[in-house]
Ligand binder design. Structure first.
Ligand code: NAP
Length: 271
């Protein structure tokens, strides 16, 4: 590892779903730099996952790529078995995999609705359930971490901001918010912390159309008081904090990483 960077996750094992691209890739690299061995889950991009594993190994970390569709129960069970086979334990789950399938409401097909809910919401349920089962089995190990285990649910500012034309996506993120809080309430006494991250506009493939041209970027920036688009590293730093003992008294909360997008900038000169 380069330099004397702090390694608050030394000796811990993390799994990042959707780790082959964008925010998940940034989170996987940051968790590894903080000392964790990382399972890099992917669905359709083995080359993306391999690049993330390479980057982690080049800097002295440990990582493994694991293919799974997080919406499929039996595949998710195999994913966690694969991680345990490789690294022997689990301390941190970042349930990050997510997609958009946008349509005007009247034109939205049942398939578009179901696919987004299945991957974004049910996928997080299936992964969090496996993680809780493993954490309960392992028990607390104070030498490693104050908590028995940590779950981070990748939500979105659209857990609170309604989003016309993206009703399936916003419904999935609103669902993640209350799943996260209800689960946090249920497992806190067992030492398991569950939190969410709500990114604003982060420059990745999922929203390429919103930043690819100067005109689109200009329109987007009007929604961001801080005046710049976010980067995966902005979210990754928040994930490392939520995974570490530095946030040990934090559970059941959403950390907004959005440059102020949820501050209703439309009201700035128009209230
Ligand atoms: P991205 O670059 O498109 O990455 C999406 C990731 O999800 C990829 O690694 C993809 O894997 C994986 N994935 C898709 N379907 C999957 C499935 N069925 N099973 C397992 N993995 C699957 O998008 P991103 O922006 O990084 O998004 C990551 C998360 O952040 C999502 O939950 C998204 O809703 C959330 N988010 C993003 C933004 C933003 O502005 N970018 C804002 C708020 C929230 P493959 O490529 O291998 O298929």
């Amino acid at each position: 590892m380069p330099g004397n960077a702090p390694r608050p996750l030394e000796g811990q094992v993390a799994l990042v779903t959707g780790g082959s691209s964008g925010i998940g890739a940034g989170v996987a690299v940051a968790l590894a730099a903080a000392g964790a061995a990382v399972g890099v889950n992917y669905a359709s991009s083995p080359e993306g996952a391999a690049a993330v594993v390479d980057e982690i190994e080049r800097t002295g970390g440990a990582a493994v790529a694991l293919q799974t569709d997080v919406s499929r129960e039996e595949q998710v069970e195999a994913l966690f078995r694969g991680l345990l086979n490789r690294f022997g334990r689990l301390d941190i789950l970042v349930a990050n995999a997510g997609i958009q399938k946008d349509a005007a409401f009247a034109d939205m097909t049942l398939d578009q609705w179901r696919t987004v809910l299945d991957i974004n919401l049910t996928g997080q349920f299936l992964c969090a359930r496996e993680a809780v089962r493993i954490f309960d089995r392992q028990g607390r190990d104070p030498g490693r971490s104050a908590a028995t285990g940590k779950i981070i649910c990748m939500s979105s500012v659209h857990e609170v901001i309604p989003w016309a034309g993206h009703v399936n996506y916003a419904a999935s993120k609103g669902g993640i918010m209350l799943m996260m809080k209800s689960l946090a309430q249920e497992v806190a006494s067992r030492g398991i912390r569950v939190n969410g991250i709500a990114p604003g506009a982060i420059q990745t493939d999922i929203n390429r159309a919103a930043w690819e041209t100067p005109e689109a970027l200009q329109r987007l920036l009007a929604l961001i008081p801080y005046g710049r688009i976010g980067l995966p590293e902005d979210v990754a730093r928040a994930a490392v904090w939520l995974a570490s003992d530095a946030s040990d008294y934090v559970t059941g909360t959403t950390l907004f990483v959005d440059g102020g997008m949820t501050l209703y900038p439309g009201f700035r000169e128009n209230g």
